[in-house]
Design a protein around this ligand. Structure first.
Ligand code: SF4
Ligand code: SF4
Length: 195
């Protein structure tokens, strides 16, 4: 049973993820032995046709997946005042959450649209956080940037630091970026939940 049908049966509203799978693709998920940038093998088409979690509601679904929400989803679920301010991740080309341990905003950027967030409402959200002293940790095209000052943030907005580093031949911090972005064999690998 797909996610939408399961939710309908449980009387739960359809997911506001709207087919987004960023948090199932971009971060490392240790419980699934999944490196950064590799799509989780359990991503599967739902009843609506949109991709979603093929393990939704199943006991095998890792606890980290059950517990995770990006800031957009949390704002929608809790009717937070920021729910109209935080753009949907697919609209912004990036998603984020607040890391309570690091007391930082952690941002994952879609490597296929790496500059999209710079013309989205995320710019002002991150600027406000930076001015308030909140560090930003941005994962972008295999690089991890920690931004601790508003001045550094404005510099990041002005310049494509990743392109600059690439042009300088600087090695990426996240080795899995190249491997996972390489063209994949067309045949579906065994064990994948993707139909
Ligand atoms: S990043 Fe947010 S909107 Fe996208 S799949 Fe994850 S929780 Fe849903
Ligand atoms: S198990 Fe489901 S929620 Fe977790 S990463 Fe895979 S598809 Fe996403």
């Amino acid at each position: 049973m797909g996610e939408a049908k399961r939710k309908a049966k449980l009387g739960v509203a359809a997911s506001p993820c709207r087919g987004c799978t960023y948090c199932c693709t971009l971060p490392e998920i240790l419980a699934l032995d999944k490196p950064m940038y590799r799509p989780c093998g359990y991503i599967a088409a739902q009843a609506s046709g949109a991709p979603g979690c093929g393990l939704f509601g199943a006991p095998e679904r890792p606890g980290t997946c059950r517990a995770y929400e990006c800031a957009y989803l949390t704002a929608q679920r809790t009717s937070h005042p920021d729910r109209r301010r935080i753009p949907h991740p697919l609209d912004a080309g990036a998603y984020f959450h607040k890391d309570p341990l690091e007391n930082a905003l952690v941002v994952f950027v879609d490597p296929d649209r790496p500059l999209a967030w710079k013309s989205s409402a995320l710019v002002e959200i991150f600027r406000s956080a930076s001015v308030a002293g909140m560090p930003l940790v941005i994962f972008d095209r295999g690089r991890r940037m920690t931004i601790r000052t508003p001045r550094h943030y404005e510099e990041i907005l002005r310049r494509d630091m990743v392109a600059f580093a690439d042009a300088q031949g600087m090695p990426r911090e996240i080795a899995s970026f190249e491997a996972e972005r390489a063209p994949q064999p067309s045949a579906t690998s065994s064990g994948s939940a993707i139909p």
